[in-house]
Ligand binder design. Structure first.
Ligand SMILES: [Zn+2]
Length: 218
């Protein structure tokens, strides 16, 4: 693997779908949600260096060296970068009524408006849970806890540490601080990746595999 395409994260560049040279690949300490791979990249436009973190869920158990470059992005999910990805982070396959508050939350976060961002991230969770898990009862914190079994425990634990996703988040008299909002944003982003983007990527990879089989047979 010698290059992949990625939106450049550097503020002075931000080239869309830019070719990045892959300088090195290393495996991070295994995480409960799967294996994280670090890709050390260089933007071919601004020459800026970026580390991209890709998740290979345990269900797939793949290694980058065994995956063709063209299908890499179908098997591995980009979960973060250093420097951080600029907001809004685009997540595939979200329903329209979830995408709206997500984009609003990301813009508010990017502009440093902690209270507005927190309310919009809560709205993302409320709308998505109502659509995907309509049988769950209780307040937002209770329903997030009840996602056990559908999300890795480590991700649910992340949400438990976030004050604005807690029981009284909606009635707080003080705005949450930016650190709390940043932690909540990490949780909501991973929830959305697991709920919408990862199943879409896996379906695409399975279809690509079937298409190759048909081509071979024909
Ligand atoms: Zn760049």
């Amino acid at each position: 693997m010698d290059f992949i395409t990625l939106d450049c994260v550097h503020k002075t560049c931000r080239a869309k779908n830019m070719t990045h040279s892959v300088l090195a690949v290393s495996q991070a300490v295994p995480q409960p949600e799967g294996q994280i791979w670090n890709l050390y990249l260089q933007c071919r436009d601004c020459q800026g260096g970026t580390v991209a973190y890709f998740l290979d869920s345990e269900r797939l158990g793949l290694q980058p060296a065994n995956v063709e470059l063209q299908t890499f992005r179908n098997f591995f999910t980009l979960v973060g970068t250093a420097p951080e990805m600029p907001a809004p982070t685009i997540i595939e396959a979200m329903p329209e009524n979830v995408r709206g508050p997500w984009i609003e939350a990301e813009h508010s976060f990017d502009n440093g408006h902690a209270g507005t961002a927190a309310m919009a991230y809560r709205r993302v969770m409320e709308r998505s849970l109502r659509k995907e898990h309509p049988d769950l009862k209780g307040n937002l914190a209770d329903r997030i806890k009840a996602l056990e079994g559908t999300l890795p425990d480590a991700i649910i634990d992340m949400a438990n540490q976030v004050r604005f996703l807690g029981n009284d988040g909606a009635h707080d008299e003080d705005d949450p601080d930016m650190e709390d909002v940043a932690n909540g944003r990490d949780f909501v982003r991973l929830y959305l990746v697991y709920t919408y983007e990862l199943p879409a990527r896996i379906a695409r990879a399975v279809k690509a595999r079937e298409d190759r089989k048909i081509t071979k047979a024909g």
